[in-house]
Design a protein around this ligand. Structure first.
Ligand code: FE2
Ligand code: FE2
Length: 140
């Protein structure tokens, strides 16, 4: 069983958004795997964790740009609040990524918990509201 399983409640019914969410979940599951990889030396594992974390940060930021562009094109009234959520997430992950360099093991599990909670809640509430609006406007 994966760290996060895809479930119907995560669907926004906007194709590109759902595709990217699936990919983010896949990358987060990969991060969970490498954090808990016991076959590698600590140094090799830490290097791998940083690589996957950098990928996840990059994919998340490009995903946010896609959502923000969709909201802008359709003049979504919740754009400012939605973008503020994205921005504070990016800031928090940036901070935790900095911390991970000094104490990898302590922070890795904290970071995983934060990413899982944030991502699932954000998708189910904030992205799903955006999805309803965009669907009504004819976007799919
Ligand atoms: Fe979002
Ligand atoms: Fe999203």
């Amino acid at each position: 069983m994966s760290f996060i399983e895809w479930q119907d409640q995560l669907a926004t019914h906007i194709f590109v958004v759902d595709q990217e969410h699936r990919f983010l979940i896949k990358t987060l599951n990969k991060l969970h795997e490498v954090v808990n990889e016991s076959q590698l030396s600590q140094q090799a594992r830490d290097t791998l964790v940083m690589e996957v974390l950098n990928d996840l940060t990059f994919y998340t930021q490009t995903h946010f740009v896609v959502e923000e562009e969709l909201m802008r094109v359709y003049a979504y009234p919740g754009l400012v609040n939605h973008k503020a959520e994205h921005d504070s997430f990016v800031a928090k992950v940036g901070y935790l990524t900095g911390e991970i360099k000094s104490h990898p093991m302590d922070i890795s599990n904290h970071l995983l918990g934060f990413l899982k909670d944030w991502l699932t809640k954000h998708i189910m509430v904030i992205d799903s509201n955006m999805g309803k609006f965009l669907t009504e406007k004819g976007q799919n």
